[in-house]
Ligand binder design. Structure first.
Ligand SMILES: *[C@@H]1O[C@H](CO)[C@@H](O)[C@H](O)[C@H]1NC(C)=O
Ligand SMILES: *[C@@H]1O[C@H](CO)[C@@H](O)[C@H](O)[C@H]1NC(C)=O
Length: 450
């Protein structure tokens, strides 16, 4: 009995231990089941699930980690070098500052239509996790440049950022096509131009296109395949929304892009924009059209001359005098200020550089803006606008009043203080605080008609 009981009493703990081990192993194996085994049964589903899971995980980690993450808002913000940008942000190159900027994609209702239709390159070969660790390593590498591990790190980074040819091969194998900006624009224009597209699809196409034409080269490419004219013709649409978004695209495409500006004038964009401003349209449409008009006129004296010829000043005058268009009035006044000063700068520049044949200046000399403004009654209109409630708006108006002063002098009965104050503005003095503005505003009177 003793001999038998000894092993059995030893056996009991052993069996318990064994049982525990098996249970532990079982749970362990369950939790570490190789996803590839699932992949055999349903490769597509599980691999996307896997990617999704990795992504959510990566997103959670991104929040808390040392990696410098850019938090996009609805406004464009400059990106610092090395900052990680969350997927789905808009990134652009600011041509004026040379900086990269990013913002959240706008939550426009039409935007949602496009979701899922476009391939997100990141999710296929690279997960955000891969990208994140690569970026983290990259950053560390920069900080420890002198260390011996440097080379090893560089090799690691190289390994993670594979050459584009390799990537393309991978994509070919996956049967995925990387579209160039040009191809995307052609596709969007076709979508917009197609009679079988719904209104929402058309708007979504324009909305997307706007993002691409911010880049100067893209805007010129748009022109090269006839896409610009299609968008200009969109201004003729009977749908106010199409007008609005066509103007949205054009405003971005014209901006500081002389080639596109010239073509747009040839394509009749100016007339169409003015027609929209002169007719009954929703305020949102007029806002974007006014924006497109400003982009088209800026730094383009030829367009400014056409604008005057086509009665643009009358159109703007009616616009400003409509009820409930204060927002537009401020923008109009700002545009006029810009145009007047642009011409002044062109003259100053020609004087300074002593050019023998200042082509640009000659073009500006043919823009008879100030006489036009006086004849069209802008001296009075601008003075009236000093009554706008907003401080910023009044500041803009006073600024414009400053550059109009010499032209409008006989229209205003000015007391000495107001005159000198407005003249200070004209000489580019920084505008003073509201108290000053108020007193200048009160002091300026205009002669009644006749
Ligand atoms: C737009 O459509 C019209 C006919 O509906 C066609 O003639 C024109 O070539 C198209 N334009 C572009 C750029 O696709
Ligand atoms: C667009 O409208 C203008 C008038 O606003 C008209 O002269 C022009 O022929 C129209 N163009 C097209 C392509 O429909």
């Amino acid at each position: 009995m003793a001999l038998q009981s000894l092993p059995s009493s030893r056996m009991a703990p052993l069996a318990i231990l064994l049982g525990l081990l098996m249970a532990a192993c079982f749970t362990f194996c369950l939790s570490h089941q190789n996803p590839k085994e699932f992949a055999l049964t349903n490769p597509e589903k599980s691999s996307t699930k896997e990617t999704e899971r990795k992504e959510t995980k990566a997103e959670e980690e991104l929040d808390a980690e040392v990696l410098e993450v850019f938090y996009p808002t609805h406004e464009w913000q400059a990106l610092r070098p090395g900052q990680a940008v969350p997927a789905g942000s808009h990134v652009r190159l600011n041509l004026q500052t040379g900086e990269r900027e990013a913002k959240l994609q706008s939550e426009d209702k039409f935007r949602n239509n496009l979701k899922g239709k476009r391939l997100d390159i990141n999710t296929n070969t690279y997960t955000s996790q891969d990208l994140k660790s690569a970026l983290a390593k990259f950053k560390e590498g920069a900080e420890m440049e002198s260390s011996k591990e440097d080379k090893a790190r560089q090799a690691e980074v190289k390994r993670l950022f594979r050459p584009i040819e390799e990537l393309k091969k991978d994509f070919d194998e996956l049967n995925v096509v990387i579209e160039t900006d040009m191809q995307i624009m052609v596709r969007l224009i076709n979508k917009f131009n197609s009679s079988s597209s719904s209104l929402e699809e058309k708007i979504a196409a324009l909305f997307d296109l706007e993002y691409y034409v911010h880049q100067m080269d893209n805007a010129q490419d748009l022109l090269s395949f006839g896409g610009l004219q299609v968008v200009i013709n969109g201004l003729n649409s009977t749908e106010p929304l199409v007008k609005e978004y066509a103007a949205f695209v054009l405003g971005a495409a014209f901006s500081s892009n002389p080639k596109v500006q010239v073509e747009a004038i040839e394509g009749g964009a100016l007339q169409k924009l003015l027609v929209i401003l002169a007719t009954e349209q929703p305020l949102t449409a007029k806002k974007k059209v006014l924006f497109a008009l400003c982009s088209l006129l800026r730094h383009f004296p030829y367009a400014q001359r056409q604008f005057l010829k086509l009665g643009g000043l009358q159109v703007l005058r009616s616009l400003v005098q409509e009820k409930g268009t204060e927002v537009l009035a401020v923008r109009v006044v700002t545009l006029l200020y810009d145009l007047v000063t642009e011409k002044m700068f062109a003259e100053e520049e020609a004087e300074l550089t002593q050019e023998t044949s200042p082509e640009k200046l000659q073009q500006y000399r043919q823009v008879h803006l100030l006489p036009g403004l006086r004849e069209q009654g802008w001296c009075e209109i601008t003075a009236h606008l000093l009554a706008l409630p907003e401080h910023d708006a009044r500041e803009k108006v006073l600024q414009t009043l400053g550059v109009l002063l010499a032209t409008c002098r006989d229209h205003y009965r000015l007391d000495w203080d107001a005159a000198s104050e407005a003249e200070e503005c004209q000489r580019g003095w920084a505008l003073q605080a509201g108290g000053h503005l108020g007193s200048a505003g009160l002091a300026i009177k205009w002669k009644p008609e006749g």
